[in-house]
Design a protein around this ligand. Structure first.
Ligand SMILES: CC(C)(COP(=O)(O)OP(=O)(O)OC[C@H]1O[C@@H](n2cnc3c(N)ncnc32)[C@H](O)[C@@H]1OP(=O)(O)O)[C@@H](O)C(=O)NCCC(=O)NCCS
Length: 197
């Protein structure tokens, strides 16, 4: 049996970003910046939100995840406190999976790779974590580039059970990308932060 994971910090800082825990009053900004934006939610596992109340429920869920050992940070660009995206990890026995979304207003600046690097450094600082992985829709080239910028490589192709309901109700061709602890430690020194944006 795996030892319990040392708690993850509620706040993470990177050169450009501050990642923080969600608050209930973030719902309107989350709704506006990505939850209601079809191009941002296209390949996510939940339907594009039609009302702020849906986002409020979603935010409440992410707040509760922290009590159950999974974590969602909101991505902010100081000095602004407004969330422009989110990044989360679900911790399993000896691995963790990564998920993320960013407002299209900020795409293409390497923001999620920067955030992901900080989150993965925290994960791999915990000896119980042997690998970090992500599932993505095979058509989601933007996300594929993101995981590649985090040192992950393609380890599997599969169809279902994952559904991306904004594309189709049928299971979609998906990819699994992953990086082990040893691969990460080998990859990191030759990929400085400046090389990922
Ligand atoms: C995937 C995502 C988080 C990437 O975040 P990001 O901070 O923009 O990441 P990057 O800046 O590294 O850009 C990644 C790729 O997106 C593409 N891209 C960049 N700007 C873009 C834009 N304005 N429009 C469309 N694609 C763009 C490029 O292919 C880029 O790769 P490159 O740097 O090799 O050219 C973001 O595109 C997003 O939120 N997508 C919708 C949500 C989603 O799909 N989440 C993942 C579910 S598995």
């Amino acid at each position: 049996m795996t030892a319990p994971l040392t708690p993850m910090p509620g706040t993470l800082r990177t050169p450009r970003l501050l990642l923080r825990r969600p608050r209930r009053d973030d719902a309107p900004a989350i709704f506006r910046n990505w939850a209601s934006v079809p191009v941002a939610t296209l390949y996510l596992s939940w339907r594009t939100h039609q009302s702020v109340s849906e986002t409020e429920t979603h935010v409440q869920t992410t707040v509760e995840w922290w009590e159950r050992g999974s974590h969602v940070w909101l991505i902010t660009l100081p000095p602004s406190d407004e969330p422009v995206g989110s990044i989360g990890v679900r911790v399993h026995d000896s691995d963790a999976d990564l998920g993320y979304v960013l407002s299209p207003d900020h795409w293409g600046q390497g923001i999620v790779p920067e955030a992901g690097r900080a989150v993965m450094a925290e994960l791999f600082a915990r000896p119980g974590i042997a690998s970090v992985w992500a599932h993505l829709d095979a058509a989601n080239v933007q996300s594929e580039r993101t995981v590649q910028k985090l040192g992950m490589t393609l380890v599997d192709r599969f169809i279902g059970p994952v559904v991306h309901p904004n594309v189709s109700d049928a299971p979609r061709p998906c990819l699994k990308y992953a990086v082990s602890r040893s691969e990460w430690l080998e990859w990191l020194p030759s990929h400085p932060p400046s090389a990922i944006d």
